[in-house]
Design a protein around this ligand. Structure first.
Ligand code: ZN
Length: 157
């Protein structure tokens, strides 16, 4: 196999990256849509979410099916490595509603929605390149105290 015929260095970089992650070089973008809801009883409706391995982007929509305002019963959806869940929840609890109960710039947060109140919905789209297939991921609500009940397992691949 010769590398002398690649037209640009960029092409080579793309190819090397693709080989390294085991993905096809020209894989089509595949946006996978997931949904979850939270209620006034401090509960998500799902304890697990799964995104197939061929998703390149994930669009997660969170709906608050309750009636209480965000200041009283706010919900968000924050995706982290399971090992980071408690620390991210603790940091978020003190960050306040203006920061959606997330420490600004927290590098442990893989993806997250803002915090919403009853009757609202919100979504976030993020690339699966941030995830490892078969990795151990948890999603949680970082409103103070909610993660005791509001958390679940996220599966990719
Ligand atoms: Zn919540």
């Amino acid at each position: 196999m010769s590398f002398t015929h690649f037209p640009t260095l960029a092409t080579l970089a793309v190819l090397v990256t693709a080989l390294g992650s085991g993905q096809a070089v020209h894989a089509a973008d595949k946006v996978c849509k997931l949904s979850i809801s939270g209620n006034d009883l401090m509960q998500y409706d799902k304890k697990e979410l799964t995104a197939p391995a061929d998703c390149t982007q994930i669009e997660l929509t969170l709906t608050h099916t309750g009636k209480l305002p965000a200041a009283a019963m706010g919900h968000n959806w924050v995706l982290v490595k399971s090992a980071d869940a408690t620390a991210v929840a603790n940091a978020g609890a003190s960050a306040g509603l203006n920061n959606s109960y997330q420490q600004p710039g927290d590098p442990r947060i893989i993806a997250s929605t803002k915090t919403i109140g009853g009757g609202e919905s919100t979504s976030v789209t993020f690339p699966t390149s941030k995830l490892q297939k078969g990795g151990d991921y948890t999603y949680l609500c970082t409103f103070p105290g909610h993660n005791a009940l509001m958390k679940g397992t996220f599966h990719f691949g």
